[in-house]
Write a protein that binds this ligand. Sequence first.
Ligand code: ADP
Length: 156
Amino acid sequence: MNSTASAKVAVFPGSFDPVTAGHVSIVERALPLFHRVVVAVGVNSSKRYMFPLEQRLEWLRSTFRDEPKVEVIAFEGLTADLCLRLSAHYIVRGLRNSTDHGFERSIALMNHALRGVETIFLPALPEHAHISSTIVRELMANNADVSAFVPAAVRP
Ligand code: ADP
């Protein structure tokens, strides 16, 4: 590993309500690009979540427990400020479709303007492009089988 000063650190921010196979794929594909990937669970007081923060963190930590380059944390406030605190120069985001792209582009440009942080976009793999936490929550609320869409830690 490089010295701390030159270590490439990326933040992968999200709600992870809950973590899905799509999120896991993005982290796994980001790992070869960085020395460390910080999965950062956003805490936004104006947002309603289905699962409590501790549950979302536990699922993520369990999913990545054998991956020493992944750290899972909770954070409040701007992702750009978190990057500054962590000396992370990169944000990783997944893109599923053009709606994601339109939204993410403005945020990426804003984070660049605020803190000079570069956002690295990874396209969702075709087998994950239809998976979203929103749909998984809907399935879970209706007792449907979500095992194909979430990592083992989230399965009942
Ligand atoms: P947010 O509330 O910030 O959108 P999410 O937990 O929904 O948080 O998503 C976090 C990141 O993961 C986003 O960049 C999102 O585009 C990406 N993502 C979500 N689902 C998938 C998927 N199925 N494949 C690839 N990336 C995904």
